[in-house]
Design a protein around this ligand. Sequence first.
Ligand code: SAM
Length: 234
Amino acid sequence: LFVPDALIAGARLVLEAQQSHYLLHVLRYESGAELLVFNGHDGEWLARLGEGKKKAAALDVVEQTRPQEPTPDFLYCFSPIKVGRLDYLVQKAVEMGAGTLQPVLTQHTQMTRLSVDRLQANAIEAAEQCGILALPKVREAVKFDRLLDGWDKDRRLIFCDEDAAGNNPLSSLKTVEERKLALLVGPEGGFSDAERRQLRSLPFVTAIPLGPRILRADTAAVAALAVIQATVGD
Ligand code: SAM
């Protein structure tokens, strides 16, 4: 369970109403129940449910069970898509090792109203579900051109390009030597020709095909994350 508080042995944490409801009325935990908590920087701690109020469960912090893990240095750049699928896409990216998530507004991005708070909550939920201790960070959206301005040249940008030669991404990924990686997936309407040309012209960019069919953006994202994690990711 994510808690925003400092985690110190003996500390008593009071949960906010939504988490209290979840523990007491959904999971039906009783006093004395043990659970694991994390705050994104102090590692994982064992905590015990104390006598609290209905809408404010109390947790007594016992001991650290896992040390803090570093935030994965994998930058996941995506063009926002429809809200429901966007929640899914953010959760899968976190599960697959994204440490930083960067929404990118490309020429064909259809969705401009973007709630970073909502995406951050989804990222935290994914971390809770997978036992990821380093909190992924969802950044504010940037325009496509701003993404490339001041790009860290030591970070390889892998972009999913349905017009890339061939079908197998592995041959393109074999050339990747950098340890710092980023992935970029386009919007439902795809990258514009100008965006594609700009990406292909950059020495730190690698285009990868993901098979012969046009995938939905969220499908492409998961496919690309899986291929990258299985080959050049860590
Ligand atoms: N341009 C596509 C079309 O013709 O309708 C739509 C783009 S697709 C729905 C969304 C994004 O997923 C693309 O911008 C690309 O990043 C990625 N993608 C989809 N299929 C892909 C494939 N076969 N290979 C590589 N990337 C793919």
